[in-house]
Design a protein around this ligand. Sequence first.
Ligand code: NAP
Ligand code: 8YV
Length: 312
Amino acid sequence: MDSIDILRVSNLPPFLISDLQAAYMVHDNAHITDPDALKRVRGIVGGGESKVDGKLLSLFPNVEIISVFGVGYDGIDVQAAKDRGIVVTHTPDVLNDDVADLALGLLLSVARHIPQADRFVRNNDWLDGPFPLTKKLTGARLGIVGLGRIGQAIAKRAQAFDMKISYTARSAKADLPYPYYPSAKALAAEVDFLLAITPGGDGTRGMINAEVFEALGPKGYFVNVARGSVVDQPALIDALKHKRIAGAGLDVYLDEPRVPAELRALQNVVLTPHMASGTLETRRAMADRALANLNAHFKGLPLPSAVPECRT
Ligand code: NAP
Ligand code: 8YV
């Protein structure tokens, strides 16, 4: 398939780039300028954070497939793609464990102040007295916003901590035993830890807002492993600054990789760099799935994981 041209629109792991180069002619979005090459591009590969809109697609009139290296595809204008007969694929399921593991890591970190405790020992502050007491995670109430593939993997882990799980989603899940609340605000009022794991995009934009933080209250903690767009980020910073909530653990931000200085300066937040799926094992599995989608398309075979809107 080395006669097929594809375009890379984001940072990808070196092993995925090598595999792509072994099978395709790979162009880089930042460097492609030759008008003939633009017309030759038949596939686009990008990450969960990539932006592919109608404007970009109009530069590449012969694209047939957008293969997303990630489960979230909120940056892709799926309607614009469908209007041009382009199929969009993603990599669900293979990353559930890692994202759920990091979510539990953030819950433990915000409850037990693990990063702060690390700084405490490194700074030799221990010499001046003991580390302040923290919050118990085992047995606490966890509210999950978005109980899909990853949300359920998080619930499974939280059960091992005897957490009392409840959730909100677009609809209640009759096959799951957890109490359902109709909104993030109603859920926040009932829990100690509120955790977001929905898709990004217009359907969820700003759904975790000042009212939700008010409902969570000064003893409540917020964790976001979904997308930065799900949260009203200025409202979150305000709530943290004025201790209207106790703390937060964040893997995702509004304008990544730019994280506001105000947020970085706060001591009651634990910040990670959108790394929830970032283990070698999982990124390899995601790369394999992204390649499998691309290869299947160009061989005319059924696609392993087209996004729901593009399934036939
Ligand atoms: P999924 O299986 O599709 O689950 C999504 C869940 O969100 C579903 O329960 C859905 O409700 C709920 N939801 C959707 N829109 C909602 C709304 N407007 N209000 C309330 N709930 C809503 O997706 P997944 O595989 O678990 O992945 C979820 C997201 O996690 C991805 O889209 C991505 O944004 C994020 N993610 C982040 C990382 C990271 O590195 N931090 C890694 C992977 C994924 P219903 O069940 O009622 O439809
Ligand atoms: C990745 C993600 O960091 O799957 C997603 O939606 O956000 C993450 O797994 C991303 O896709 C890699 O670019």
